[in-house]
Ligand binder design. Structure first.
Ligand code: CMC
Length: 431
């Protein structure tokens, strides 16, 4: 079998017995996509571990150009959104496709505020966990458990139900995330304050106590909001694809988002910001950077510089550029520029950006490098970093889930395989 020729309208594929034409589909932006749907009826599958050459779906939500370092949400560049918008406006945009008018935004925010509380019985779930449980383990459990509480809007074929489930998830994620933290340190849960902004309220639920409720610093609230914007969506990454795959079975949205949280937890994905901070603690001192850079280059050593490299961005990560600025703003606001950990991070960034190995392989600091440092400066414990990523990404996940479920031709996701195990063999005869 060989690919014979590429035509603008399709590609001829020579199979052993016949030649078929595979249509080429063009998107609004990005490379053309070869439509291989007709291969299976011919008795062939494609082989693409890690889905590096596979477009798993059609989507109108987010566009990435990894070579040029472009990220667009519904067509708007991430740089413009990070500067001019706020997280709830971005949430509206991702979910509904357009920026809201002022009355639309007011209505959206006020509806979300009606959903910020969680059912009081959810508190019991927390008590079932050990105090030292990883907060992502708790999040996988409690977000999945939401499906047991909100039976009134679980019909995935009903657009109003889907909308209600989406709003509930977006509104409740900060409450649940902050509860994870409060539980781990044995402090009382703080109720949401609906007169605060989304990020401000999250910082309030994280750090206020019933005996001390100072308003969060606006510069830090804005930094938190920016972290949420930058993590809100990222096309068909591992966790979003997980949400889509789970959703393709008809599973309810809370279960699907819980599956997404599980996929995000891994250190190659959302766990990288946590892994990055752990790595900085392991390196410990600027004098040790050289040793760790050598370890990262050594193929026989599994160590990698966490927070460097990206599957799609092979030039630079546009989110990292924005996050870097925010990171410096926060360090300066908090007077932390001379903190040894942050000095170490900045020295590592500089050395890696100049090192031949990293430069030639295009391994730039990614968004998680800077968001990890920023979150740490905000006083957020390392184990909570991926939870915050999950909180923000819930908007992207639920937008993709909704896009998939509302498409007229949505299908159960069911990849195939190249089987290399035993051929059929018989159970051993008794001796
Ligand atoms: N440190 C050292 N070497 C690296 C690193 C790194 N962080 N990342 C990639 N490489 C090397 C790798 O060893 C390979 O070398 P060679 O070609 O000689 O075999 C080459 O670069 C290509 O790496 P790859 O693993 O084939 O590339 P990938 O696209 O599959 O991996 C990645 C992308 C993000 C998994 C990887 O860069 C990595 O493990 N980075 C560290 C973890 C991290 O920061 N992840 C967060 C990604 S951003 C958050 C998100 O969007 O979810």
């Amino acid at each position: 079998m060989s690919v014979k020729s590429a035509k603008s309208e399709g590609v001829e594929l020579k199979l052993p017995n016949k030649t078929i034409e595979l249509p080429l589909r063009s998107g609004t932006l990005g490379p053309d996509v070869l439509d291989i749907k007709s291969l299976a009826p011919e008795g062939y599958f494609t082989y693409d571990p890690g889905f590096v050459s596979t477009a798993s779906c059609e989507s109108k939500i987010t566009y990435i150009d990894g070579d040029q370092g472009i990220l667009l949400y519904r067509g708007y560049p991430i740089e413009q959104l990070a500067e001019k918008s706020d997280f709830l406006e971005v949430a509206y945009l991702l979910l509904r496709g357009e920026l809201p008018t002022v009355p639309e935004k007011t209505e959206f925010v006020s509806t979300l505020k009606q959903h910020t509380l969680v059912h009081q019985q959810i508190f019991n779930f927390f008590n079932g966990f050990r105090r030292d449980a990883h907060p992502m383990a708790i999040m996988v459990g409690v977000v999945g458990a939401l499906s047991a509480f909100y039976h009134d809007a679980l019909d995935i074929n009903n657009p109003e139900h889907r909308e209600t489930a989406a709003l509930r998830l977006i509104a409740k994620m900060p409450t649940l995330a902050a509860m994870c933290y409060k539980y781990s340190v044995g402090l009382p849960f703080m109720y949401p304050q609906n007169d605060m902004g989304y990020a401000e309220n999250f910082l309030h639920m994280m750090f206020a106590t019933p005996s001390e409720t100072t308003k969060p610093n606006p510069i830090l609230s804005r930094a938190m909001d920016r972290i949420f914007i930058l993590h809100a969506d990222h096309e068909q990454n591992a966790s979003t694809s997980t949400v889509r795959l789970a959703g393709s079975t008809g599973a309810n949205p809370f279960a699907c988002i819980s599956a997404g949280i599980a996929a995000l937890w891994g250190p190659a994905h959302g766990g990288a910001n946590e892994a990055c901070l752990n790595m900085l603690h392991e390196i410990g001192d600027v004098s040790q950077i050289g040793k760790y850079i050598e370890k990262a280059k050594d193929k026989s050593d599994p160590f990698r510089l966490m927070g460097f490299g990206h599957r799609v961005y092979k030039n630079y990560d546009p989110r990292a550029k924005i996050m870097r600025e925010t990171c410096h703003e926060v360090l300066s606001e908090l007077g932390l520029e001379d903190n040894p950990l942050f000095k170490l991070a900045m020295a590592l960034e500089k050395i890696a950006l100049e090192d031949d190995y990293f430069v030639s392989k295009k391994l730039y600091p990614n968004v998680d490098f800077y968001s990890g440092i920023t979150l740490s400066a905000l006083g957020i414990p390392t184990a909570m970093f991926t939870v915050i990523f999950a909180l923000a990404r819930t908007v992207g996940w639920i937008s993709h889930w909704n896009e998939m479920v509302s498409a007229p031709d949505y299908k159960l996701g069911r990849p195939r395989q190249l089987y290399t195990g035993w051929p059929k063999r018989n159970y051993p005869a008794e001796s």
